[in-house]
Design a protein around this ligand. Structure first.
Ligand code: MN
Length: 231
């Protein structure tokens, strides 16, 4: 997953929490989104050209989803960077207040038709979850970290995760657990049948140059995951 950081000259390394709201408010999120998009696609295409079968997930803001130029922008970005659409996942957060859901659904359907995967991020936290599942061409769900943190201790969290996994199975979706930090969390998720996860247990966010890319190469080979296998 591509994550943005701002290396601020005075304040040091800033996490998205300290600037995304301002970017959303001012509309700069569109330009920021474009920059992140271009860099993430360029880097992933470079890794893939080096023979590493990786995909990339990129978060979309509600503002971007409402941008009429989104489809053309993404298409152009894929052409310019040479990234295969099958290697790209777009994450739509459930808490994003999309004003015009049918317009967003329309653009997401056009994007999905090119081979791009659509993920619902932070699943279970928003009010729109099931509406989005119904209207958007979703191929993956991410179980929100708030259900993962105590999953090994709290039966309620485990029950919620189990329900999301069964919903995913019914709808033929890839289900990814977010925010895994400990082995007991990982084991609890595995016991529920959740086989894909992300979080500090596996790796902290790092600059592209520090991504343990050879490890990714070995993992992909060991898993036998093919090109069309999402996630
Ligand atoms: Mn995300």
């Amino acid at each position: 997953e591509a994550l943005v950081r701002w290396n601020h000259p005075d304040r040091g390394l800033l996490l998205p929490g300290s600037f995304i709201d301002a970017a959303e408010r001012t509309g700069l999120i569109v330009e920021l989104g474009r920059t992140v998009f271009h860099e993430a696609c360029r880097q992933t295409a470079e890794w893939r050209r080096a023979g590493i079968d990786l995909g990339v997930a990129i978060n979309l803001s509600a503002r971007q989803l409402s941008d009429v130029a989104l489809f053309d922008d993404i298409s152009a970005m894929l052409t310019v960077t040479g990234l295969d659409p099958d290697a790209l996942w777009l994450e739509v957060t459930e808490t994003a207040l999309v004003e015009d859901v049918s317009q967003a659904a329309d653009v997401l359907h056009r994007l999905a038709a090119t081979g791009i995967g659509i993920t619902i991020d932070d699943f279970g936290t928003g009010w729109a979850s099931l509406t989005y599942l119904k209207q958007f061409p979703v191929s993956a769900l991410k179980i929100d970290r708030s259900f993962v943190t105590d999953i090994d201790l709290n039966p309620q969290d485990a029950a919620i995760a189990r329900s999301i996994l069964s919903l995913g199975e019914e709808l033929d979706l890839v289900v990814v657990a977010e925010g895994i930090e400990t082995v007991p969390q990982q084991q609890a998720l595995q016991a529920l049948g959740c086989m894909i996860g992300q979080g500090f247990l596996f790796g902290r966010p790092v600059p592209a140059a520090e991504v343990p890319i050879e490890r990714a190469r070995r993992l992909r080979r060991a898993d036998g995951l093919g090109d069309r296998t999402r996630g």
